[in-house]
Structure formats: C-alpha cells, structure tokens
Design a protein around this ligand. Structure first.
Ligand code: HEM
Ligand code: HEM
Length: 191
C-alpha cells in the first residue's frame, strides 16, 4: 500500500466521541485560563495590583482552578465510558510512547494541581469561592506553615503541568502542520 493510500485511509479513521471532544476543549480552555492567572498571582511583584484586584485574581484563579478539577472528574467518566480510538498506525514507537505518557501525566496533573491548591488554601483558612456561587469546604487543619509548603508544591506541580501542556500543544501542532497524519482531526470538533 502506498503512503498516500495509507494516509487517505487513515484520514477517514476513527475519532474521539463528540462528548470527549467537547469536554477536551472545555478542559483545555479552563486549564489555559487557570494557569496564567496562577502565574500572575505567584509572580506579580508586591504592589503591582491593588488589594481589590489581587483579591479578584485569587477568586478567579480558585474558581477556574476548581472547574479544572470538576471537569477532570467528568472527563475521566466520559473516557471510561467511551474509550479512545486505536492509536494512529503511522505513529513511530517513540511518538506512541511519548504521547501516551504525556496524556496519562496530564490526567494525573489536572487532579493533583487543583487538589494541592485547595489543600494549601484550606490550611491557610482563606475563603474558596467558586464564582461567588458557593464556597468549598476546608479539609486541612489551619496551619500557615503547612499552607506555605503545600502551596509551594502546588506551584511546582502547576509548572510541570504547564510544561506538559506546552509539549502536548507542540506535538498536536506538529501533527497538524508538519506530519498532516490525521492525529489532530481525531480531537477536532468538526471531525
Ligand atoms: C488546574 C488548576 C490550577 C492551576 C493550573 C494552578 C496554577 C497555579 C500557579 C501556576 C500558581 C503560581 C505558583 C507560584 O508561582 O509559586 C498558583 C498559585 C496559587 N494557586 Fe493555583 N492553580 C490551580 C488551581 C488552584 C485551586 C483550585 C486553588 C484553591 C482552591 C488554587 C490556589 C492557589 C493559591 C492560593 C496560589 C498562590 C500561592 C502563593 O501565594 O504562593 N489554585 N496556582
Ligand atoms: C489548546 C491546545 C490543545 C490542542 C491543539 C490539543 C490537541 C489534542 C489532540 C489532537 C488530541 C488527540 C491525540 C490523539 O489522537 O491521540 C488530544 C488529546 C488529549 N488532550 Fe489535548 N489539546 C490541547 C490542549 C489540551 C490541554 C490544555 C489539556 C489538559 C488537560 C489536554 C489534554 C489532553 C488529553 C489528556 C488527551 C488524551 C485523550 C485520551 O486519549 O483520553 N489537551 N489533544
């Protein structure tokens, strides 16, 4: 079979279910909102923003961060229910191993990062409002030192998540623009 036949055949190959594609892009939008908000909060020099603005940034960050966790639960449920299409047959073994590893780590980090943020904020005893609709309960005893440690781990884990997302987006664009092998289409809404 020639290369072009293989590609043509593959370009009509299996795709993620509509529910999985919808929840992937919703999740991507939430992660790509929570991350920069966290970076601004974590890196802004003191005095850059007024207290009111800083409060708003914290509330927005916690709200979007919690939504990342909530949609992660939904997403895993949809993944268990719908499975995933078989890997694209033209992937090299390295591509298959690397992409699977990144996908699994992304699934782990979208739980770990928000849970560490929630735990650290619990230990600090700051209010955790979700878009002003309801508050999350505190599940760690009040302890400012512990809070600092947990939020340090939260920041480090979030940076690892950012690296994984960058590698993931880079890989997806490589498949779309350079390899043109149909991988991108599997997750694209119109497929
Ligand atoms: C996937 C969701 C989340 C992402 C990607 C994320 C990301 C980040 C990042 C990058 C930072 C900056 C860390 C640093 O520079 O040290 C940060 C800080 C922070 N995050 Fe999150 N976060 C998420 C969810 C949450 C949640 C759910 C909460 C609380 C309920 C939270 C509370 C905080 C707090 C309080 C800080 C400030 C830490 C400090 O003052 O050192 N985050 N987050
Ligand atoms: C905005 C840029 C993004 C693009 C272009 C993109 C693209 C894609 C594509 C094309 C696939 C299908 C891969 C395949 O067929 O094997 C995929 C899968 C996946 N994406 Fe993304 N993605 C983006 C953002 C994100 C973000 C921010 C996350 C973090 C939660 C994420 C998590 C995942 C996961 C976990 C899978 C594997 C799904 C599974 O097999 O269950 N993506 N993405």
């Amino acid at each position: 079979m020639s290369m072009s036949q293989t590609q043509t055949q593959y370009l009509a190959g299996p795709v993620y279910s509509p529910a999985q594609r919808a929840v992937h892009w919703l999740h991507a939008a939430l992660v790509l909102t929570a991350l920069p908000l966290g970076i601004v909060i974590g890196k802004a020099a003191p005095g850059t923003f007024s207290d009111a603005t800083m409060n708003g940034l914290y509330n927005a960050h916690r709200s979007f961060g919690f939504m990342v966790l909530a949609v992660a639960v939904l997403r895993v449920a949809v993944r268990i229910a719908n499975g995933a299409p078989a890997p694209v047959p033209t992937l090299t073994p390295l591509e298959r191993i690397a992409s699977t590893a990144v996908h699994h780590l992304l699934y782990v980090m979208v739980f770990l990062v928000p849970l560490l943020g929630w735990a650290g904020t619990s230990a600090y005893r700051a209010e955790i409002t979700v878009f002003g609709l309801f508050n999350l309960p505190h599940f760690v005893a009040e302890d400012r030192e512990l809070s600092k440690t947990i939020l340090g781990a939260h920041g480090a884990a979030a940076m690892l998540l950012a690296l994984l997302v960058a590698a993931h987006i880079g890989g997806a664009l490589m498949h779309l623009v350079v390899k043109k092998d149909g991988v991108f289409r599997r997750m694209w809404p119109g497929a």
